[in-house]
Design a protein around this ligand. Structure first.
Ligand code: 3HC
Length: 686
């Protein structure tokens, strides 16, 4: 094998040259890789004995894209365009052999090959949109020329990874090779190209047509999904430009790519990409920490949380046993799970066979003793310390040694729960978010005595069930809810001072949250934790509930709702608020949008700083990942801590002090925040 450079080899199988790229972990197009490809193709083209060239990758995947970590740095070595021109203009057929994922720049490289061969498990996609970008190496122009405008719009704005079989149907892949025999398949295909004198296809030479209505309809249908994001619209514009001659389309792509690349949104989204991966790394839990095999899961409680949690494991083939105290509750819980799966099947996202297969992994019982052989037990009952301790005490006597004993508490002290067992090292918090089968975030809560093995297993298992796990420490509300409390307190306070619930909601909605706190309360139901018998009308919520304004379900809460569930500002709510304020002697005043935003968001940042000071989160970016994945923080603003850095901690401290002077200690900046601001630093410098 002739090494071209440290990332690339060139070999020959008869008249077929094979360029093998090997740049772990994902063969990203770093300068070294680009150089290797450029020189490899140059050498293969120059070799008279070579008639066709196969490009294949070693390791787990084909090229997964440009090297994101190089973005923003100085360009060195061959450019991606040089590599692509070398491939596309090659007088010898070039065949890309795809396994794993051909993503972003990786697919764009493959699109300059004359043919593409893939194994059935391979996937192709242009996920740049998820980094606030667009495919910037001709992908926006070549993809529509193969799959048409409509499919290109869908792929580019969703970033989806399309399975090889579908790629074959769309013409994105020309042939499937047998799984595990990609090289043989690709070389055989190359020989066929030669034998049949097949043309050297250049995708750029094709044309694409589309009715302009396609774009208008697509924009309209997705307006809500794309709200606030710059990249989807730029991707759409590029597909529109693909109707133009290729070179003109490329100019549009280049200009829009540079605009996105230098913008704040992409910077935030690229930050979030690495932050999510970083969250998996726990400094004192090394990668080789022993993992506890989890083949059987027990869940205590068949309510909404327990059921949702169970589905995560069933989805990946892990059997689950759910325990309830009453047969009726158990039957109801199991029934809800079945119904959820059947609804998914109705929407075409599961087959009925898959539904049955998942349900066959689920069983129920009324006896805790049936959890004896579980590898992981997750308690998901109501929030009551005494009851939880009793359950853990019983589990201690029942469940085999070595198993993990987890609680889904969102509020209680897990160190105290752990005192109920003789093996506190086995106790951990697994704080799922509702609906637990949908929400991506999992707060993994490390108690004082939790063992490293238990932590490592929880983090790995989270990945297996498709969650984004963040390790946090024990404190009231952990990371997410603890910061949410700050926002809620100010939202309530602002309303007493003169902002209406719809003002607060609008400001946070415009900032990028899917909905504001009051709309959220209406959706969840204002009567959660409210009791008709004991209600004394002491809060706005009490009074709303007493009027049977219990949220969307009663068509009235903070808002009024019409038959289409449109939220309409309510004069009743306004009256209640004003009367309340008057009773408390508060002069209501006009409150600016800026004040609403600062008073709801800056205390969250301040609380985040306190969480870091106390070591309850490992790093600022972990906090951002919690907020992006669990609370709808707009990813294009990178999470509260990244946002604070982007506007400058000096400003955050100044404004907190301004409010502290008017309203007291609630706004007092934490020592860490003050220190960083004084040093001209950000959370990123910690
Ligand atoms: N650049 C640099 N590093 C990358 C990378 C990339 N494109 N893709 C992945 N990595 C790194 C990750 O940061 C991680 O590093 P770590 O081990 O130090 O944390 C490592 O590779 C493994 O990644 P994952 O943990 O994500 O591994 P998985 O196996 O779960 O997933 C993957 C693999 C599906 C390839 C996933 O990493 C992924 O989606 N990568 C991003 C793909 C992408 O967005 N490509 C487009 C890039 S932009 C572009 O190409 C612009 C062009 O149009 C000009």
């Amino acid at each position: 094998m002739a090494a071209i450079n440290s990332a690339t080899d060139l070999t020959r199988d008869g008249e077929i040259a094979v360029i093998t790229l090997d740049s772990p972990p994902v063969n990203a197009l770093s300068f070294n890789v680009r150089d290797g490809l450029y020189e490899g193709f140059k050498a293969a083209i120059a070799d008279d004995a070579v008639k066709a060239i196969v490009l294949i990758c070693a390791g787990r995947t084909f090229i997964a894209g440009a090297d994101i970590s190089e973005f923003g740095g100085a360009q060195k070595g061959a450019s991606l365009f040089d590599v692509q021109a070398m491939m596309e203009n090659s007088p010898k057929a070039v065949i890309a052999a795809i396994h794993g994922t051909a993503l972003g720049g990786g697919l764009e490289v493959a699109l300059t090959a004359h043919y593409r061969v893939a194994v059935p498990s391979a996937k192709c996609g242009l996920p740049e949109v998820n980094l606030g970008l667009l495919p910037g190496a001709g992908g926006t122009q070549r993809l529509p020329r193969i799959v048409g405008a409509q499919k290109a719009l869908e792929m580019m704005t969703s970033g989806s990874h399309v399975p090889a079989k579908q790629c074959l149907e769309m013409g994105l892949v020309d042939s499937l090779a047998e799984e595990g025999k990609l090289l043989d398949g690709a070389v055989a295909f190359a020989r066929k190209v030669l034998a049949d004198k097949m043309p050297l296809n250049k995708v750029r030479e094709r044309t694409v047509t589309a009715d302009p209505q396609v774009f208008a309809d697509f924009r309209k249908a997705n307006a809500r999904k794309f709200r606030g994001f710059k990249a989807p619209e730029a991707n759409i514009k590029c597909v529109e430009a693909s109707l133009l001659p290729f070179e003109e389309g490329i100019k549009v792509e280049r200009a829009l790519f540079m605009e996105l690349m230098t913008g704040e949104q992409s910077a935030a989204q690229r930050y979030a990409f690495f932050a999510e991966r970083q969250a998996n790394k726990i400094p004192d839990v090394p990668a080789d920490t022993p993992i506890i095999p989890v083949a059987k899961v027990g869940i205590i409680g068949a309510g909404t949380m327990g059921g949702g949690i169970a589905m995560n494991f069933l989805n990946v083939g892990i059997p689950v046993k759910i325990i309830e105290t009453k047969q009726e509750a158990l039957d109801r819980g199991l029934g809800v799970i079945r119904k959820n799966y059947e609804n998914t099947a109705k929407r075409g996202r599961l087959t009925m066979d898959q539904v049955e297969q998942r349900m066959s992994l689920l069983s129920g019982s009324l006896a805790l003793e049936d959890l004896a052989d579980s590898d992981l037990v997750i308690e998901a009952i109501f929030e009551n310390m005494a009851v939880k301790k009793e359950v853990f005490g019983k589990l201690d006597a029942i469940v085999k040694q070595g198993a993990i004993l987890a609680t889904n508490t969102s509020a209680l002290d897990i160190d105290e729960i752990a005192t109920a067992v003789k093996r506190p090292e086995a106790v951990i918090g697994l704080h799922f978010f509702s609906p637990a089968n949908v929400m991506r975030l999992l707060e993994v809560v490390r108690a004082d005595k939790t063992s490293k093995s238990v932590i490592a297993t929880a983090m790995q298992l989270a990945k297996k069930i498709g969650k984004v796990a963040v390790l946090v420490g024990v404190c009231p509300g952990f990371v997410g809810n603890r910061m949410l409390f700050q926002r809620q307190a100010q939202a309530q306070r602002l309303v007493m001072e003169g902002a209406m619930p719809w003002d607060v909601d609008r400001v946070l909605f415009d900032f990028g949250f899917p909905m504001g706190p009051f709309a959220m309360s209406d959706l969840a139901g204002l009567d959660i934790g409210w009791n008709k018998e004991t209600s004394k009308g002491e809060t706005i919520r009490d009074q709303l509930c007493e009027l049977d304004r219990r949220g969307q379900k009663t068509s009235a809460g903070y808002y009024d709702y019409d038959e289409k569930r449109t939220a309409i500002p309510s004069p009743v709510t306004e009256g209640i608020i004003k009367a309340f304020a008057q009773k408390q002697g508060l002069n209501q005043r006009d409150i600016s949008d800026e004040e609403i935003l600062e008073r709801t968001v800056f205390p969250m940042i301040n609380e985040g700083a306190k969480i870091l000071e106390e070591g309850k989160a490992i790093r600022a970016s972990d906090i951002d990942i919690v907020w992006i994945n669990g609370y709808g923080w707009p990813v294009y603003r990178g999470g509260p801590m990244h946002y604070a850095d982007s506007i400058g901690l000096k400003k955050v401290v100044e404004r907190l002090k301004h409010y502290e002077a008017q309203m007291g200690d609630f706004f007092k900046p934490s020592p860490l925040l003050e220190k960083l601001a004084a040093e001209g630093k950000g959370f990123k410098d910690l």
